[in-house]
Design a protein around this ligand. Structure first.
Ligand code: PHE
Length: 452
C-alpha cells in the first residue's frame, strides 16, 4: 500500500499535534501527579526522567520508524519489516492490541470522572477547599455503579464517533484544534497555584529527591509511566508512524513531543502539589488526588467556578487525543487485516472496550472485592498494561531493531534516505536500542515484579 491510497496525516504540523495529542492526556494530569505523590515525590521524578531519556525516547523513535517503513498496522507491519518466516515478531502487534483494550477500559472511566466533574464544577458542587468535603464528593461519584457506567459510555460514544472519520478527518482535525488551548490553560492554573501561601512545601516535595524512597517497585512504576506517557511499547507509535509523511524528521518530532509532554506533566505537578500542601491534602491519595486538589486550587481564587469548569473541559479534551490513539491500534488492525471497513472496526473496538470497561468502572462499587493479585479490576488493568505489557513490548521492539533490523536499515530510515545528516545520532541511538534499553527494561521488569 502506498501513501496515496492509505489514510494519513496531511502536514508536518498535523503529525506533531496528533502525536503530541497521543502523548499528552490523563497520564500527565491524573497519573503523573498521583504516582509522584504516592511514590515519594522528587526521587520518583528523577527515575522517571532517566527512564524517559534513556529508554523512552529511543524506543519512541524506533517504533515510529518501523511504522513508517512498513506503512501498516501494528501486526501487519511485521509481515513487511521482519525476515520471511519470522512470524513471531507479530506478537508485538497482538500484545499492543490487548494492551490498548486494557488501557482503554480504565482510561475511559477516568475520562468519565473528568466529564462528570465538568458539570459538577459548573453547578458549584465541588467549590470547597476542605479535604473531607472534596473526598466525599469524589467517593459518591465512584461508588454509584450506574453513573460510573453512563459516564464511561458517554466518553466511548464521543471518541468512537471521532475515530470513525479516520486519520486525517478525525484524529488530525480534532487534535489540531484542541491542543493549543490546553497549554494556555495549564499556564494560568500553574501561576495561580504557585502564588498560594505555603506553596513552597509542594515544590520541595516535587523537586528535592529523597533517594531512600526508591525501591525496585518504584523504579518499575517510573519506567511503566515513561512508556505510558509516550504511548510506546504497544504499537501505538508504530501505528501513528505508518501515517507519517515520508519527509518527516522522526528523531526531531519524537524529541519535541517528549519535551512538550514532560512540560505538561511538570506544569500539572506544579499546579497540584503546592495546593496539596497549602490546603492539607494527602499527597499519597492515589487516583483521587487530582479530583480533590484541583477544585481546591480554583475555589481559592476569584472567578474559580469559571476556571474550574474550563480546566475540566480541557482535561477532557486532553483525554480525547490520547484515547483516539489508543483506539487507532485495534481499529487499524481490524480494518486492515480483516477487511472490516473503518466503521465496523470502530464499532467492534468500542463494544470490546465497553465490555471490558464494566468491571473497571464498578471497581469502587460492585467489583471492589473482586481481587486478583490483591488488586481490583481497575488497578489490575492499569498494572498489567503499564507495568507488564508496555515494558515487555518495549523489549521486543528493541530486540527486533537492535538484532534483526540492523543499523544500516535504521540509518537509512531515520535519515529519510540520506536527506538528513544524523549518522552519529543514529549510531548512539542504535547502541541504546541494542543494549542499554532492553537490558535495563528487563532488569527493572524482573526485579520490580520480584522475579529475581
Ligand atoms: N500517553 C497517554 C497519556 O498519557 C496514554 C496512552 C498510553 C496513549 C498508551 C496511547 C498509548 O494519557
Amino acid at each position: 500500500m502506498n501513501q496515496t491510497s492509505r489514510d494519513g496525516f496531511t502536514s508536518s504540523f498535523g503529525v506533531l499535534v496528533a502525536t503530541l495529542g497521543s502523548a499528552v492526556g490523563l497520564g500527565n494530569i491524573w497519573k503523573f501527579p498521583s504516582l509522584t505523590g504516592a511514590n515519594g515525590g522528587a526521587g520518583f521524578l528523577l527515575v522517571y526522567l532517566l527512564a524517559t531519556l534513556l529508554v523512552g525516547l529511543p524506543v519512541m523513535i524506533v517504533e515510529t520508524m518501523l511504522g513508517r517503513a512498513a506503512r501498516a498496522n501494528a501486526v501487519s507491519a511485521f509481515d513487511r519489516v521482519a525476515p520471511r518466516g519470522q512470524w513471531w515478531w507479530k506478537s508485538i502487534g497482538w500484545m499492543g492490541f490487548a494492551a490498548a483494550l486494557l488501557i482503554l477500559a480504565f482510561y475511559s472511566e477516568v475520562a468519565g470522572w473528568v466529564y462528570a466533574y465538568v458539570f459538577k464544577a459548573m453547578a458549584g458542587q465541588i467549590a470547597t477547599t476542605d479535604p473531607q468535603v472534596a473526598g466525599a464528593v469524589f467517593a459518591e461519584l465512584v461508588a454509584n455503579p450506574l453513573s460510573s457506567l453512563l459516564w464511561q459510555w458517554v466518553v466511548l460514544a464521543v471518541t468512537g464517533g471521532i475515530i470513525m472519520f479516520g486519520v486525517a478527518r478525525g484524529i488530525e482535525a480534532v487534535t489540531r484544534r484542541l491542543m493549543p488551548l490546553l497549554f494556555i490553560l495549564l499556564l494560568v492554573l500553574c501561576a495561580r497555584s504557585l502564588t498560594l501561601p505555603g506553596a513552597s512545601a509542594g515544590l520541595s516535595f516535587l523537586f528535592s529527591p529523597d533517594l531512600a524512597k526508591i525501591t525496585p517497585a518504584v523504579v518499575l512504576t517510573a519506567l511503566g509511566l515513561a512508556f505510558f506517557k509516550l504511548s510506546i511499547g504497544m504499537g501505538c507509535m508504530l501505528t501513528y508512524g505508518s501515517y507519517f509523511r515520508d519527509n518527516q524528521n522522526i528523531p526531531l518530532t519524537a524529541t519535541r513531543v517528549m519535551f512538550a509532554d514532560l512540560s505538561v506533566s511538570l506544569l500539572a505537578g506544579m499546579a497540584i502539589f503546592p495546593a496539596v500542601f497549602a490546603f492539607g491534602f494527602e499527597p499519597a491519595a492515589g487516583p483521587s488526588l487530582v479530583f480533590m486538589t484541583i477544585p481546591a486550587v480554583f475555589t481559592a481564587m476569584p472567578g474559580g467556578t469559571l476556571f474550574m469548569t474550563l480546566f475540566f473541559i480541557l482535561t477532557a479534551i486532553a483525554s480525547v487525543g490520547a484515547m483516539l490513539s489508543l483506539l487507532e491500534v485495534p481499529v487499524a488492525i481490524l480494518s486492515e487485516r480483516f477487511g472490516l471497513g473503518r466503521k465496523r472496526a470502530s464499532l467492534g473496538t468500542i463494544a470490546a472496550v465497553a465490555a471490558l470497561g464494566v468491571p473497571a468502572a464498578l471497581s469502587s462499587s460492585l467489583t471492589s472485592d473482586l481481587k486478583v493479585l490483591a488488586m481490583n479490576p481497575f488497578d489490575l488493568f492499569d498494572f498489567l498494561s503499564s507495568n507488564v505489557l508496555l515494558p515487555l513490548g518495549g523489549i521486543v521492539v528493541c530486540l527486533f531493531v537492535g538484532w534483526v533490523y540492523g543499523l544500516p536499515e535504521m540509518a537509512r530510515q531515520l535519515s529519510n534516505d540520506g536527506a538528513l545528516r544524523n549518522t552519529r545520532l543514529v549510531s548512539v541511538l542504535f547502541l541504546l536500542v541494542r543494549f542499554v534499553a532492553p537490558l535495563s527494561i528487563a532488569a527493572v521488569l524482573l526485579h520490580g515484579l520480584k522475579l529475581f
